[in-house]
Design a protein around this ligand. Structure first.
Ligand code: ADP
Ligand code: GLC
Length: 482
């Protein structure tokens, strides 16, 4: 089976969040199952320097009137999975991140940038771009690649079949009605049975409407988005497709080759389930020194590594901070995004110097060190399609404190059952809700034996990619049967 995974980011080439972790690891897991899986990614600056064996470039001409494009063949750095880099200098060779300019504002032509990526995925998948490869399945994700199924279906193509995964329903990919023409879509596509959503084009809705099968990244989120509270206006479409058996939740996996405290090159001391107490103590001391926290071995360290956005409930941590510190805890925070939230945490870190440390960078290695040093890991999200940091935290024995929503509810078991618990869940998206879980965590921290067993249980959880990749292969086969 030949599968083209098209994404706007893929670790380790380019990453802003969990989508990159998934787009990097899933194709590798598919290849291990014998699938001919390949990746298509834009050639952002710096990406070409990171790939292995960059080879032949195939000219594609000027596809959407945006300037000439080429496909450069290469391999992913660690996994060796074949990757095509879409090189279109006018759209992708510029400063900033994949979506934003250096000043944090969106690239003004994001619609066209990702329309081109989607168009090329459709051409590559259907064998029109290259003579020697076509796909049985094109697997697209989120608003950036929502037009892939639209291009294929509107051209009347039954092959390749399309799977579209929702990593986050929050970003709808909205553009004005003029976008229909500039993206090269036929005028009739601008309809409720098409790409139109509340008078605008939504590339997310395009994916949800035209793809043969839909998935999202956890069973609970798959249910939440079919309700008016969680569906952001798309619950009608999604519940219809769920009733037709065309929409399901497949929980993400973890790449344990990258996330394992027993062989993590970035942390101060390697440890496994039997050595977690000593290992974590050494990692904690090292992190306290690194981040400027008081060197108190007895202080429970709470880790937080996150995009700073309303989704993540970061404001709840800020609101609870004074009481967390009063109770003797320390906070190690790594995150960036919303400017006001960043400022709030920088202020807190000055006010509670020695107890709250804050880094606003994007720092992959530091994120590993925080996982390794933390006793507890905070993920108080208002909504969370899957969430990966709580899965990493489990493997590092940092017991997650999470809100009972989406993938968090599917992956963390509450310590109210001490035989099976791996973390702490709370329901109310409020400071009080978060604190109630924190005080339960603190009570566990005061019982070293119970804490040790909970850590061992957490570390023994297996969220490897194998299970998820098998579920995708089953789904691809079903999709091919029609
Ligand atoms: P989301 O994709 O919604 O941001 P996930 O939990 O799925 O949430 O994935 C977030 C990923 O980004 C994780 O790999 C996490 O470690 C990483 N991450 C988030 N913020 C930072 C940061 N400031 N520095 C390094 N890694 C970060
Ligand atoms: C999104 C979601 C997150 C999920 C990630 C990978 O960014 O916000 O919950 O883990 O995608 O699927």
């Amino acid at each position: 089976m030949r599968v083209l995974v098209v994404a706007s980011e893929a670790y380790p080439l380019v990453k802003t969040g969990g989508l990159a972790d998934v787009a990097g690891a899933l194709p590798a897991a598919l290849c291990r199952l014998g699938v001919d899986a390949r990746i298509l990614l834009p050639a952002y600056p710096g990406v070409l320097a990171k790939v292995a064996d960059p080879g032949v470039a195939h000219g594609l001409g000027d596809i959407l009137g945006v300037g000439p494009s080429r496909l450069i063949e290469a391999r992913m750095p660690d996994s060796g999975v074949p990757v095509w880099l879409l090189d279109c200098p006018t759209l992708f060779d510029r400063p900033g991140g994949p979506y934003q300019r250096p000043d944090g504002s969106e690239h003004p032509d994001n619609g066209l940038r990702f329309a081109l990526l989607s168009r090329v995925a459709a051409l590559l998948g259907s064998g029109e771009a290259l003579a020697n490869w076509s796909a049985d399945i094109v697997h697209a994700s989120d608003w950036q690649t929502g037009l892939v199924p639209a291009y294929l279906k509107l051209a009347g193509r039954q092959v390749p079949r399309t799977v579209f995964t929702i990593h986050n329903l929050h970003f709808a990919g909205l553009f004005g009605p003029d976008f229909v023409a500039s993206a090269g879509l036929p005028p009739h596509a601008f309809s409720i049975d098409g790409v139109e959503f509340n008078g605008l084009v939504s590339t997310l809705k395009a994916g949800l409407f035209y793809a043969d099968r839909l998935t999202t990244v956890s069973p609970t989120y798959a249910w939440e988005v079919t309700t008016p509270e969680g569906g952001r206006g798309l619950d009608g479409l999604l519940s219809g497709r769920a009733r037709a058996g065309e929409f399901s939740g497949i929980l993400n996996g973890v790449d344990y080759a990258l996330w394992d405290p027993a062989k993590d090159p970035d942390i101060a001391a390697a440890y496994g389930p039997d050595t977690v107490a000593e290992g974590k103590a050494r990692c904690k001391a090292a992190l306290q020194r690194e981040m400027g926290l008081d060197e108190r071995p007895d202080a429970p360290v709470l880790g937080l590594v996150s995009r700073f956005s309303d989704q993540k409930g970061i404001d709840l941590v800020a609101g609870a901070a004074a009481r967390l510190i009063e109770a003797g805890a320390q906070l190690a925070v790594l995150g960036s995004g919303d400017w006001a939230l960043e400022q709030q945490f920088l202020q807190l870190s000055r006010r509670y110097a020695g107890s709250i440390a804050m880094q606003t960078a994007y720092d992959e290695a530091l994120s590993h060190r925080i996982q390794a040093a933390s006793d507890f890991f905070l993920v108080p999200s208002r909504f969370e399609p899957c969430g990966l940091t709580q899965l990493y935290a489990l493997r590092y024995g940092a017991l997650p404190i999470v809100r009972r929503t989406g993938g968090l509810a599917d992956t963390v078991r509450d310590m109210s059952d001490e035989g099976t618990g791996t973390g702490f869940l709370f329901d109310s998206p409020s400071v009080e809700g978060l604190l109630s879980a924190f005080y339960r965590a603190l009570a566990l921290y005061a019982r070293p034996d119970a804490l040790h067993y909970a850590r061992q249980r957490a570390m023994a959880q297996d969220f490897g990619w194998h299970r998820a990749a098998e579920a995708y292969v089953d789904l691809y086969e079903q999709t091919l049967r029609g």
